[in-house]
Design a protein around this ligand. Structure first.
Ligand SMILES: Cc1cc2nc3c(=O)[nH]c(=O)nc-3n(C[C@H](O)[C@H](O)[C@H](O)COP(=O)(O)OP(=O)(O)OC[C@H]3O[C@@H](n4cnc5c(N)ncnc54)[C@H](O)[C@@H]3O)c2cc1C
Length: 475
């Protein structure tokens, strides 16, 4: 038996029937992510069904120097979960660990497996008359372990915070195979360093998240969704400040949707209709929700009045039913599909202090257009969190190399502007592999030393998701 065959044999024994995939055809779907990027063929795909099995596999890899990469629902956008080409890796997929362990509607908590699909978590919360507020386009496929590891944000950060604010406890298999059990359902716990925070947003580089205790909220009983037309981004920000003040802290989402995005959405979903009579340069898709019987219509009407008076608003529609609200939110989902249909493009995820967003938007748009007048800028996003997806569609007809060089050049310029505004090159998607060189350029020496030190402390052999966030030490 070759050493590799012996190794696969050992792993198959550790994982039991159906726990290890080794055939190329079976492994194909673990090499592709949502945007369509392809990773290399992995050494094998491990599909553990218990935390103990994850620990056994990781411990085995630690003893035999086998690099590995955890995988959730493949919806990450920075290539972190894709198997590496230069150093064959074992993919550890959590797809068979998808149980809701316990829902506690009095403590407002839920304990789940790391492989639980976000939508199942939301459904289980709703069944207990609670709400788990993390909401994003990939919620039908992304897993809690992936959400934790990318510190996912989404549509409701404005009111509920990012994943970091929604996790009370974690269970993590460490790179040497030991299990860190921090599954306490405590709302307050000030005992020493808050270890769980280390693993949130670590993109699988410090361990595999096998369980999480999540914070729940009362289920919203009433909500209102509106699409508002604005003359420009400045007006959107003025409206945002008005909405924060007029809506009694009940604002759950405030999304910027430029006209180009609405058009992309209608292109991808031909049944979608333009909700307003006349086109506007930019729109806001907003939602207000409350867990008690409040008069949200009165609140929104006041906002409309103030918005019109200030000239920040030119038109708007308030959804009159749940179906109408769903149709408005459908615009937000379909515009992502519309972008994906346009092929390879620059996808960014920057954040800027909210008060500087308009100046950033204007400068970035002007500079990108002057570098490439035929490019199409699509800048949309969670504007209530200062988070813009400043994406760029290249002109059609470019060859693959030419397109890739152009997108790289545009990204560099954009990130320099982000830096000038003291912003961040990743508000929520993370660094993975695709953003690593830009990240390294912006990292100060103390920041690098702390991060490298933490990585070395937990993963001295560098086997856990090597080359993600930080480069491999020898590189
Ligand atoms: C249509 C769409 C909309 C999106 N919208 C948003 C949005 O609004 N806000 C936002 O923040 N993000 C958004 N995302 C990206 C977001 O990061 C992911 O959807 C999600 O958080 C990743 O979860 P996943 O299970 O798919 O992880 P994967 O893609 O499988 O993995 C992502 C990273 O996490 C690591 N990982 C996965 N599981 C584990 C685990 N159990 N333990 C340790 N590491 C693990 C992987 O190694 C990889 O580095 C969107 C993506 C899509 C496709």
């Amino acid at each position: 038996m070759t050493p590799q065959a012996a190794l696969l044999d050992d792993l198959a024994t550790l994982l039991g029937k159906g726990g290890l995939l080794t055939e190329a055809d079976d492994m194909e779907r673990y090499r592709v992510d949502w945007p369509g990027h392809h990773g290399a063929e992995p050494l094998a795909v491990a599909r553990p069904s218990t935390t103990r099995q994850v620990a056994n596999v990781v411990g085995y890899c630690h003893r035999h120097d086998i690099p590995l990469v955890p995988q959730g629902g493949h919806s990450g956008l920075v290539g972190g979960a894709l198997p590496d080409a230069d150093h064959p890796e074992l993919v550890v997929s959590l797809e068979r660990m998808a149980a809701i362990r316990h829902v506690d509607p009095i403590n407002f908590t839920m304990s789940v497996d790391g492989g639980c699909i976000l939508q199942s978590v939301k459904d289980a919360a709703e069944a207990a008359d609670c709400d788990f507020p993390l909401s994003l386009g990939a919620q039908g496929s992304c897993q809690i372990g992936g959400n934790v590891s990318t510190n996912a944000g989404g549509l409701n950060v404005l009111r509920y915070g990012m994943m970091r604010q929604l996790v009370l406890g974690l269970e993590v298999v460490l790179p040497d195979g030991r299990i860190y059990n921090g599954m306490k359902a405590l709302h307050k716990n000030n005992t020493g360093y808050d270890l769980k925070q280390l693993f949130i947003g670590a993109e699988g580089t410090l361990g595999i998240v096998t369980g999480a205790v999540l914070k729940l909220f009362p289920r919203p009983q009433v909500s209102r969704t509106a699409l508002l037309a604005c003359p420009n981004v400045d007006a959107v920000l003025e409206l945002y400040a008005l909405a924060r003040r007029s809506c009694c802290d009940l604002l759950t989402a405030f999304e910027l949707v430029p006209r180009t995005c609405l058009e992309l959405a209608m292109e991808a979903a031909p049944d979608l209709r333009d909700p307003l009579d006349a086109p506007a340069p930019v729109y806001v898709l907003m939602e207000v929700a409350a867990s008690g019987p409040l008069d949200l219509d009165a609140m929104i009407e006041t906002l409309f009045e103030r918005g019109f008076e200030a000239g920040a608003l030119t038109d708007g529609v308030l959804a009159a039913s749940e179906t109408q609200a769903r149709n408005l939110w459908h615009i937000r989902e379909a515009m992502l599909e519309g972008q994906r249909n346009r092929g390879e493009h620059l996808r960014t995820d920057v954040s800027i202090p909210i008060s500087s967003l308009s100046a950033f938007h204007q400068r970035a748009s002007e500079e990108i257009q002057s570098l490439c007048p035929q490019a199409t800028i699509i800048a949309y996003g969670h504007i209530g969190d200062g988070n813009l997806h400043f994406n760029i569609l290249p002109p059609p007809g470019l060859g693959a190399d030419e397109r890739s060089t152009l997108l790289h050049e545009l990204e560099e310029r954009l990130f320099e502007i982000v830096d000038d505004f003291d912003g961040s090159i990743s508000a929520e998607h993370g660094i993975g592999r695709f953003k690593q060189s830009a990240f390294m350029e912006m990292l100060s020496e103390p920041e690098y030393d702390i991060m490298r030190g933490l990585k070395h402390l937990l993963d001295p052999r560098g086997l856990m998701s090597p080359g993600r966030i930080l480069p491999r030490p020898a590189e």
